[in-house]
Design a protein around this ligand. Structure first.
Ligand code: NAD
Length: 453
């Protein structure tokens, strides 16, 4: 099938490359001609494992191209996928990109004669596709449901594993206004073997929120338990999690072998969730529920706990150093999780900002978050960015581990002792062995255990 995708961000580009790899002819429509030219040259605008290799392959096979020519890109396709951003403003979803994309798609389709399906892939609150997207599309195209199909196909990819997830999804959810739209759209995924759920538009929209929010809730629950453990002499929450994870309902035995499902990683104390989805999706659904008069106390607590969690790391640094003015603090990791270059809403950014506010001289390291320039989220702050973690640790009075990159997991405690002015380590992701670090002479502090450890 010929597919046009509106948006060349994480979801648009990764989906486009995956669909091209599956044999479709894909055109990704972007707004920025430099970015589009760079994509056409095989260069992805962000880091995602495996993306560039596959991008170059599908370009060479002439199955993928990017363009800024909205009208042609859409008119030459059978299906259009809208994958533009849906940020929040003061907690409420901002649909301006969706509305603009729907209008432009509608206008581009006004002269097209054959049947066309438009699918919303962006995460939108329940009811949006039906009551916001459809009227704009119908009005701008002059078409009715007879010649214009409408679907909602939420995206479940995980940044860091996005290419793998797009090529081999665990589920496909297709919400539609009618079965003709759904059947036409489902042809895109005829080679996929995962379960396909056909449903209505608002159920598809809500399924995406609930998938994210259940995980965000586990993270905040784990951090709340960590707070209690930190105030309870003798308890280390990591040991508690080991016993919880051993429950066969969390880690079942398959053919006699205990497996570790991915869900377990959300039941662990750290410095909170971040990224482009969990923070905004939790807030958008909370706001949506408020508007409906539904009080979501658990969701509200999930958000509040997460907003406070980065502060715990700064508290630990203050506990160890007393005063931060003139003290050098190394922050290891800026991305919201390893294997991505995305620092959107990363807890590390909140940690860095607070440390700077407290007067610390902050030196950051991250293997992916910045190249030639400092990341935009930290622009204007008095922060240094260095190329290797050893430079960040050199002469530091304290180090904060904020992202669990593999290279940081492997740092031996002796390196902290050798490089730092004072070997004080705040483990915000619980990746180090407290007794090993303490034995090596490190003053080890961490979320989820008493700071006297
Ligand atoms: P993004 O900000 O990386 O990309 C969105 C892109 O859309 C931007 O490049 C923007 O320039 C482009 N755009 C906006 N209006 C446009 C227009 N009129 N024409 C052409 N391009 C336009 O966002 P993303 O991370 O790809 O997310 C997109 C949607 O998918 C969001 O709703 C998000 O919540 C959802 N989602 C994201 C992820 C993720 O991991 N990033 C996962 C699942 C779902």
């Amino acid at each position: 099938m010929n597919v046009s995708i509106i948006g060349t961000g994480y979801v648009g580009l990764v989906t486009g490359v995956a669909l091209a790899h599956a044999g479709h002819r894909v055109v990704c429509v972007g707004r920025n001609s430099d970015k589009v030219a760079s994509i056409n040259a095989g260069k992805a605008p962000f880091f995602e494992t495996g993306l560039e290799v596959l991008l170059r392959r599908v370009i060479a096979q002439r199955r993928f191209t990017a363009t800024v020519d909205f009208a042609r890109g859409v008119a030459d396709s059978h299906v259009t996928i809208i994958a533009v951003g849906t940020p929040t403003i003061d907690g409420a979803i901002d649909l301006s990109q969706i509305k603009e994309a729907a209008r432009l798609v509608g206008e581009a389709l006004s002269k097209k004669r054959s049947y066309h399906v438009v699918a919303v892939k962006s995460t939108v609150v329940p009811g949006t596709t039906e009551s916001v997207v459809w009227p704009i599309l119908a009005n701008a195209s002059g078409k009715s449901a007879k010649s214009l199909g409408l679907c909602m196909n939420p995206e479940f990819l995980r940044e860091g594993n996005a290419m793998e997830d797009a090529l081999d999804p665990d589920r496909i959810v297709i919400g539609s206004s009618d079965s003709k739209s759904a059947q036409a759209y489902a042809k895109l995924f005829s080679k996929n073997t995962c379960p396909v759920f056909f449903t209505n538009l608002p159920t598809a929209e809500m399924s995406k929120y609930v998938s994210n929010i259940v995980l965000a809730t586990l993270v905040s629950f784990s951090n709340e338990m960590g707070r209690l453990a930190a105030q309870t002499r003798g308890v280390d929450v990591v040991d508690v999690w080991r016993t919880v994870h051993a429950d066969r309902r969390w880690s079942p035995k398959i053919r006699g072998k205990r497996i570790t499902p991915g869900i377990i990683h959300y039941l662990y104390t750290g410095c909170g969730y971040g990224g482009s989805c969990f923070p905004k999706d939790t807030k958008a659904l909370y706001h949506f529920a408020l508007q409906k008069g539904v009080s979501m106390s658990m969701l509200g607590s999930t958000i509040a706990i997460n907003d406070q969690q980065p502060h715990r790391l700064v508290e630990l640094v203050l506990h160890a150093l007393g005063e931060l003015h003139g003290k050098r603090v190394a922050v290891l990791g800026l991305t919201f999780k390893p294997n991505t270059d995305d620092i959107r809403e990363s807890p590390s950014i909140a940690v860095v900002r607070e440390l700077v506010d407290c007067g610390a001289d902050v030196v950051c390291h991250d293997p992916q978050a910045y190249k030639a320039e400092e990341p935009e989220a930290l622009r204007g702050l008095r922060v240094r960015f260095v190329k290797d973690y050893a430079s960040a640790l050199t002469d530091a009075d304290a180090a904060v581990l904020a992202t669990a990159w593999d290279i940081y997991r492997k740092i031996p405690p002796q390196d902290f002792v050798r490089l730092m002015r004072k070997p004080i380590v705040v483990d915000g992701r619980r990746v180090y062995d407290p007794s090993k670090f303490t034995r090596a002479g490190v003053q080890y502090l961490a979320v989820g255990c008493a700071s006297e450890l």
